[in-house]
Design a binder for this molecule. Sequence first.
Ligand code: ATP
Ligand code: MG
Length: 676
Amino acid sequence: HLGLKVDYASELNPDQLMAATTIEGKVLVIAGAGSGKTKTLTYRTSYLLENGVSPKEILLLTFTRKAANEIKDRAKSLLASSLSNQELSDDALAEDKLPTDKALNNITSGTFHSFCNMLLRQYSGLLGINPRFTILDTGDSEDAIDLVHKEKKYPTQTKTQAFPRKKTLQNIISTSRNRRIPIRDLIESSYPDIAVHIPIIEQLAIDFHEYKRANHLYDFDDIISQVVRHLKTNDTFRQRLQNTYRYVMVDEYQDTNIPQKQLIDLICEPDSVSLMVVGDDNQSIYAFRGANYENILLFGETYPNAKLIKLEQNYRSTPSVLNYINALSAQITLGYQKQLYSDAPIAGDKPIFRRLSDETKEASYITDKIVALKPEYDYNDFAVLCRTSFQSNYVQLEFMARNIPFIVVGGIKFIERRHIKDVLAFVKVLYNPNDTIAWHRILTLFKGVGAVTATRLTQAITADNNAFESLLAASFAKKSDQLKPLYHTLTKAQQAETVETAIEHILEFYIPVLKLIEDNWRERSEDFRVLKNLATEHTSLDSFLENLALDPPNDSVAVMESSDDGQSNDKVTISTIHSAKGLEWPVVFVNSLVDGITPHHRSLDDFEALEEERKLFYVACSRAKTQLYLTAPNYFSSYSGYFDMASRFIAELSADEVTVETVKSPIKKNDDPIWW
Ligand code: ATP
Ligand code: MG
């Protein structure tokens, strides 16, 4: 093999080194933010390759595809530098053990969803499933549940209680699966108001499942659960995977849910499969998706011989910022306690907390700070982190007004926009002519076609194998004069040589339709350029659809370019806290820090929900390297309301950890006596 060239001992501390070089058995790395968990995974990847492990044997599961690529890229450059002075033997070249770009691309990596999606398609023969299935995103699943509900003619209300909305139903069904809680128990504990509907909802969950199977549709939960089910029942499949993926690594393990843990455990069951998971229980922020930080605590039970490694040195933040993060971490009750230390010689500035009269003032405060600090930093060095993207509106406006280039990450996804979903519905029926949800969406675009007609038409279209031809059937064509042109569009698009051309054909048909339904069709059409651009990266419809569903692009439209240099990549990041996971910036702002928003008022009397809010705040603050600014407006125009109390997460800590900037003129909101 290639021999050791990267100097691991000088790049990693002893605990990290241990984690990177223990390549057999099961290893749990548990450590706080910024302690080098992800860095350790990177070095371990290059260490494995250097030690003759074939890239095909490596499975790397991360939270976003971007994160996986970053680990691979960094491992790549590590290896490249170690190889530059080295003669490459013919053996290494011949054996496909050469860690060049190509070899690294042979590592299987990505999210749980993209990995399982790949398995379902690759092993469709063995599993006896149709590989041409389409993926339902959350919105599609809601629509499908609604369709099934109507098709089955279940009642929509009782005398006393209306039936829950499709969003709630989707949520209940998904949570029940991801947490393995029966629907009855879940509704009784979390949705007691709708308990009268339990029997129907239980039946609906089964009907929804059968509907998806019959139509080759998979929702996000299915993609993982179906693989788990096959792993449990199909020995050949399980053994195949166990023999293929001999080295499994998982980042952000605290955010895995039960099906994801089962997937890992089924593949890694034999002693011969090496597994390393890294995580921080204090950063588990996906309970609403069924994530279960207890998976970390259970690791030792599942694998009694597992090695536990704790990393305790923080390399990200200055001692002053770290001090604050440690104090926050101490307030988190559940989980491992950990205290991080830093070796950095200069303490740096304490985090600053500042109250402002309203959101506009908050936005200009943040902008002023950026302008003042800019000479020392690039725009890339700043991030504004918000609980939801909604809380970034004022900051975006202020940045635009003052020509600060920025990019918005998280929030309403590109593919969740109505017109994008419409166009994708056309692409979906090209790929899977049985996709009933997509047909339904297309048909209801037409004048005179309501939900009932659309359902009937959809049934007729997908009844046999000639979906497109049935659009021309005489009794049909009468329903709308659009059906014939639709037929021509679809056949043309189907024969198109590239995905991009297929989309162009669809747009020729769709844009006139859009003009009739949306006044702002022109603005919306801007998004189609982005869509076509994405299409050029794909050679087949399925890879295009898959990529959009499983790894959607961020909200690219909200990007504002600075006037002088449209091509610059130097931009301030505005992100939701969820999307900021694992990342770091020198200067971080966290806004809207009042009780009622952070933590959210709905969490105030629920211990676990409050705990999760606390963790979310911990994730936000621990992104900062040198400066951390915490801001809280008194008045929120979006709620038309005053929020008197600073976030309890700030109030709980002493002045030792945070500098409270004094406000020169005290804010008077009205003249009410204080005891009112
Ligand atoms: P998070 O919990 O936020 O995901 P993490 O534990 O994954 O954090 P990393 O992102 O891997 O931490 O590392 C944080 C920062 O510390 C990075 O900038 C990384 O390069 C640096 N770092 C980690 N370990 C070392 C080390 N041994 N020497 C120098 N820098 C290090
Ligand atoms: Mg990390």
